[in-house]
Write a protein that binds this ligand. Structure first.
Ligand code: ADP
Length: 540
């Protein structure tokens, strides 16, 4: 028997309408490409989003059209999120750090009809436009005074003179709203096509998972870009809950972030570990934390235990989260459950180094090599599969990739190797393709890295597999020293020996000035493996 409740569709525009009415003074503060800081509120933003929606309609944008963006975190990018999806079109965020070839692939694959670009990225457009679909309209996200030369439309002109209200259509909640491609570390990038329903539900899931951060009066800084999985859902969850958004623009180095966080009194900042390693350097230089900082969300790759300790000891609650583009992206969050009672700092840190517990409406299961479910006992390790209403049901126009993305029960295979303990804490051991298999046994690169990162003379490190004639693969450690004073190899091995068996220790160590990063700011192990492909291990 069916129930008899209203079936009003979940629409993204309703989030901003709600914020404008219920949290009208919730702020959006942006470091602009023009060089200054711009301040606005959710109420004022709804007015500009309405003008932009009229402007898009005026350009002939229709339901289902893919409208691309190539932009930093700022209010205009935020406005595009809402105006594009609000009229039923699809906001396709492009990562400007992708290679020219990948960018051309996705603009062509998505069949974008319009592209909104920050002034910073105009040179990319100028260089690639001839390779992109003919007729692609390009709008530069600035005012008349800052427009570059060339065949471009001006963002502010698009809004100018239009009414500040818009009659938002009631869209079917399964209408596509956003499109985000993975960085494609193997093969071509793959697109996840979000819906209004998945996006609204994800915003609510996030709000439920982080109630101390997402509430009126809190200032939240997404360092994670709007071009990377919807800045982890913050552009939706913040207005929904009344939290203010502080957008950093393009200055993401430790010094700029410290300054912005300090002057704006940011309470919670979200980003990948590499960003926080940069901020950590600046905090050491300044000898203090940015004023007001009480919380941070770290994800995208494993947060080193030493980084978590540094911020926790400085009075900042560290929430270690895990997710994927294909999951909108949040899968787990790492705040500690109350049922564990009062824990010592060391016990707390041990748990926080894990990737957290599942968010509501996300189910997790671990499968062994035979496809059987493994128990959540904190020991059994296998591939992690997920299911939920904000998780992809298939990559956009990509039958090939969809063939083996799901198991027989329809769960999505994350490609991560993980275990889950009895309290529900997830531990990611590795990405399946980064695992090191030595003499038939697995070695976790993340565990090794965590220990090496705790050495005071280490700024960053990565462990990769190198081929070995006898053992198949052996771990190889690449270290970025913290200063001129390099750590000695025996020192590192002694440190590792406290935690690992002899056969798990790296066979060799290399020192480098920096590690290669992917377009999403993670250490690119693929590039590292290529870089050291000819390296000969001592007894190989
Ligand atoms: P891309 O695939 O483009 O790099 P995603 O952000 O979608 O971008 O990557 C998702 C992957 O990132 C996960 O499958 C996992 O391997 C890794 N990841 C994300 N968060 C964490 C974390 N907290 N710890 C370890 N790995 C993580």
């Amino acid at each position: 028997m069916l129930g008899s409740m209203m079936n009003t569709p979940l629409n993204i525009a309703d989030i901003l309408k709600f914020a404008a009415e219920i949290h009208p003074s919730g702020e959006i503060v942006s470091v602009r490409t023009e060089g200054d800081i711009q301040r606005t509120t959710y109420r004022e933003t709804l007015a500009r989003v309405s003008q932009l929606a009229h402007g898009l309609k005026g350009q002939g944008v229709n339901i289902g059209d893919r409208i691309a963006t190539l932009a930093w975190n700022g209010y205009r990018h935020f406005e595009l999120y809402y105006a594009i999806s609000g009229i039923g079109a699809v906001c396709h965020t492009i990562n400007p750090r992708l290679s020219a070839e990948q960018m051309t692939y996705i603009v062509t694959h998505a069949e974008d009809t319009m592209l909104f670009v920050d002034t910073t990225f105009v040179p990319i457009v100028a260089a690639l436009r001839d390779h992109w679909p003919k007729g692609l309209k390009v709008v530069v996200m600035t005012d008349r005074a800052h427009m570059p030369e060339g065949d471009y439309l001006c963002y502010e002109d698009l809004l100018d003179g239009h009414p500040t209200t818009f009659d938002w259509p009631h869209l079917d909640e399964n209408t596509a709203s956003g499109l985000c491609y993975t960085s494609g570390t193997t093969g071509n990038p793959k697109g996840t096509l979000y819906t209004h329903r998945s996006t609204v539900l994800h915003a609510m899931m996030e709000a439920v998972g982080l109630p101390d951060v997402l509430k009126p009066g809190r200032k939240v800084l997404p360092v994670v870009p709007l071009f990377h999985v919807n800045a982890w859902g913050l552009p939706y969850a913040a207005p929904l809950t009344g939290a203010s958004l502080i957008f950093p623009g393009g200055a993401l180095d430790g010094e700029s972030l410290f300054k912005l966080m300090d002057s704006e009194q940011v309470y919670s900042a979200w980003g990948v570990p590499t960003v926080w390693l940069g901020l950590q350097g600046e905090i050491r230089k300044q000898g203090r934390m940015p004023a007001g900082l009480g919380d941070m969300v770290v994800g995208g790759s494993a947060a080193p235990a030493s980084l978590i300790r540094f911020f926790e000891e400085g009075g900042v609650n560290v929430c270690h989260a895990w997710g994927m583009t294909e999951m909108s992206p949040i899968g787990t969050t790492g705040n500690l459950p109350t049922h564990l009672g009062d824990l010592s700092l060391d016990e707390k840190l041990k748990l926080k180094a894990k990737q957290g517990r599942r968010t509501c409406l996300v189910e997790l299961k671990i499968l062994g090599e035979d496809g059987q479910r493994l128990p959540h006992d904190g020991i059994s390790e296998g591939e992690l599969f997920v299911r939920g209403p904000a998780i992809t049901a298939g990559y956009y126009k990509n039958d090939e990739a969809n063939k083996d993305a799901f198991d027989a029960e329809g769960w999505f295979g994350t490609g991560d190797i993980a275990k889950i303990d009895a309290d529900g804490f997830l531990s990611i051991t590795d990405r399946a393709k980064d695992l090191i298999k030595s003499g038939g046994e697995w070695i976790s690169s993340i565990d090794l890295e965590n220990v090496v990162m705790a050495h005071p003379k280490v700024a960053n490190c990565a462990v990769i597999a190198l081929p070995h004639p006898k053992w198949d693969e052996r771990p190889f450690l690449v270290v970025v020293p913290a200063g001129d004073d390099r750590p000695e190899v025996p020192e590192l091995m002694a440190l590792l020996s406290e935690h690992f068996a002899k056969w798990q220790l790296p066979d060799d160590v290399a020192f480098v000035d920096e590690l290669p990063l992917t377009a999403t700011g993670k250490v690119s192990k693929l590039t590292l493996r290529r870089q050291f492909a000819d390296h000969k291990l001592p007894d190989a």
